[in-house]
Design a protein around this ligand. Structure first.
Ligand SMILES: [Zn+2]
Length: 186
């Protein structure tokens, strides 16, 4: 049987059985997953029907695994392009418009030419048009307003925002873990 690399990914859960991340959904390729199982780093929670065989062994491909060692998600997330977009929920922070990621850019609230730094509290997601309007000006000089003052998010906040972006494909065996971990609305 031949398996393409992207097929049969495993949903990766933390040691507390909550997904490591939502958006992108924490998935490992079957190759990485099988390796981790053999290294005894993960528990197999659920499996696909598919089997890989070598001359000596036969393995059912895991569809859900949980890490044996808990990864602490309380620390602050990395300051990356993706995480800034995720913090801002892919919305332009000036006009509030929603755009595909490729139409979004970054804006320095205090422009770099005016001493603004590239930090969580000075960088926001912006659409091309607002970015152009703003140019090298300060907010009070261009008439634009921020939807929300930018700040460093916690990993928890990013997780919460990520839940708003359901993945295109969900294997049946993943649904429970995603479902039981969703926020209850009061
Ligand atoms: Zn905009």
């Amino acid at each position: 049987m031949s398996l393409v690399a992207e097929a049969y990914p495993a949903l990766v859960l933390n040691a507390d059985f909550r997904p490591l991340s939502y958006f992108p959904l924490s998935l490992w390729s079957w190759q990485d997953t099988v390796k981790a199982v053999f290294l005894d780093r993960v528990n197999v929670v659920d499996e696909y029907d598919e089997v890989v065989r070598s001359p000596t062994i036969e393995v059912r491909l895991p569809s859900v695994i949980s890490l044996k060692e808990y990864i602490n998600l309380d620390r602050y997330p990395a300051f990356t392009r993706f995480n800034v977009f995720l913090r801002d929920r892919f919305l332009c922070q000036y006009c509030g418009g929603q755009y595909p990621a490729e139409d979004l850019t970054f804006d320095h609230v205090v422009p770099r030419s005016r001493g603004g730094r590239t930090t969580w509290d000075n960088v926001v997601t912006a659409c091309q048009s607002c970015n152009l309007t703003k140019g090298d000006r300060l907010l009070r000089e261009c008439g634009l307003h921020l939807c929300r003052p930018p700040a460093r998010p916690t990993t928890y906040e990013l997780q919460r925002n990520g839940r708003a972006f359901p993945p295109n494909y969900l294997h049946e065996s993943w649904r429970d873990f995603l479902y039981w971990d969703s926020e209850l609305e009061s």
